[in-house]
Design a protein around this ligand. Structure first.
Ligand SMILES: [Zn+2]
Length: 290
């Protein structure tokens, strides 16, 4: 089985609706380091703990605690193996799951990385690193975040598979009268709207449907903020602003002034955002305080 197929299987087997960014972010981090010439294995304590945690905080859903040790350890359990642990034999497993605690990984200086043959394939063919990275980013993150991730990890920006559904965009913008549901921005050059986009509430990457009730018209800024979890909606269509949102007076006006205000809803009720989709966004994307 090719390495790319093995890695794709990770997204294919993830459980239902919950966002699972651990393994993709761990792999993206490892690949970006290989690209810079890193050797095969990574030390958990000095090279993964803080680094992958930071990625989980920024690009994963808000959680009470973050566990960079999960993907570091669990990637070695894939059905079609490509990831290897070193010094893991002595670690005592937790009671609640079979993984060892972080302190065990540190105590025994556990290391992990792609196995020798996968590593060989990666360094002998630099395009393979780019291909796998593209796949991981496109399968796990929405369009608005993809470019940022390519740049952040130092991969070549790949927008080749960007799937546009022109009907989704058209129907959502129509339903919202070509104006941002948050701030009301509705710039048009003659009849062509500028900077107004159709956002998915539940991400396509998590099987969010391309239907108006899973869409919301947002200006470019509120679209990005929505996908990044800086803002969300509650079940009464009121805007929620994350306590993580910082900035000066313009940010106050663009974000805090709209906190708890109701969005501009479509005229037709069946086009309103679907409550189940909103709940997903609130749970899996919104950055709650931690
Ligand atoms: Zn807006």
């Amino acid at each position: 089985m090719e390495l790319l197929d093995k890695i794709q299987a990770i997204s294919r087997w993830r459980h239902g609706d919950q966002r699972a960014p651990h393994k993709p972010l761990m792999l993206l981090y490892a690949l970006s380091q290989y690209k810079k010439g890193h050797e095969r294995l990574f030390k958990f304590e000095s090279e993964v703990d803080d680094q992958v945690k930071e990625l989980l905080v920024q690009y994963g859903p808000s959680r009470k605690a973050y566990h960079p040790e999960y993907p570091f350890w669990r990637l070695a359990n894939e059905k079609d193996p490509f990831w290897e642990l070193k010094n893991g034999e002595e670690c005592i497993p937790r009671k609640s799951n079979k993984d060892p605690k972080k302190s065990e990984l540190i105590k025994y200086n556990v290391m992990a990385g792609f196995d020798a043959s996968s590593y060989q394939s990666l360094i002998s063919d630099p395009t393979l690193i780019e291909k796998i990275a593209s796949k991981l980013i496109q399968d796990n993150f929405p369009d608005t975040l993809q470019e940022e991730l390519f740049v952040r990890f130092g991969f070549e920006v790949d927008t080749s598979t960007k799937q546009r559904d022109p009907n989704f965009r058209k129907n959502v913008l129509r339903a919202y009268n070509y104006r941002c549901a948050v701030c009301g921005f509705d710039l048009a050059l003659d009849t062509v709207p500028v900077g107004i986009e159709a956002a998915h509430i539940k991400w396509k990457q998590y099987s969010g449907p391309c239907e108006v009730s899973n869409g919301i018209a947002l200006c470019s800024i509120h679209h990005k903020a929505f996908d990044r979890g800086a803002i969300s909606l509650d079940s009464e269509f009121r805007i929620r602003v994350s306590t993580a949102v910082c900035g000066g007076s313009l940010v106050d006006r663009l974000f805090w002034d709209f906190d708890t205000k109701k969005v501009h809803l479509p005229r037709i009720e069946r086009n309103y955002p679907n409550i189940r989709m909103i709940e997903w966004h609130l749970r899996e994307v919104f950055q709650t305080s931690s």
